[in-house]
Design a binder for this molecule. Sequence first.
Ligand SMILES: [Zn+2]
Length: 155
Amino acid sequence: MSDDCLTLSWWNWQGEDLQLPDDDIDLNDALQLTSVVVDQIRVCRFNDARSLIEERKDIVRLICLKELRERGEVTLPKLDLTRQQKMSALAAYLTIDQENSSPCQQCLSRRSRGPCVECVAGDETLFNGACTNRQFSSSAAACSLYKGEISDERR
Ligand SMILES: [Zn+2]
């Protein structure tokens, strides 16, 4: 195995190596879900997502999905792990030092669809300061923590 293909057990959570669940994944089990996502990111074709996650062996937080209520039913957001933006947002969520001390306005909103419970934003070199939830949802520029330029055309 070459160095550019790290095995899942290279990463750990609080000293325990990550491993894939034996059975079907339980989306409410944050450690299982995180392990599956890391396993997908480590082999994905998006360099930015891979390099984000390869910077850190110790996962700093687990993916805890936000519960959504639709027509009285509780559902969990879907993580579409085929898009570059979503992969890099999750890779950042798992590994960055949190710079924001409080959640952004969008994550606080009752209409927020997560996907994660926690609103985590890095410094402005990452997604222009937008939180990883908003980056995931293709709405980074609408994040109240966003520090990039907002184009006039969209007003
Ligand atoms: Zn947020």
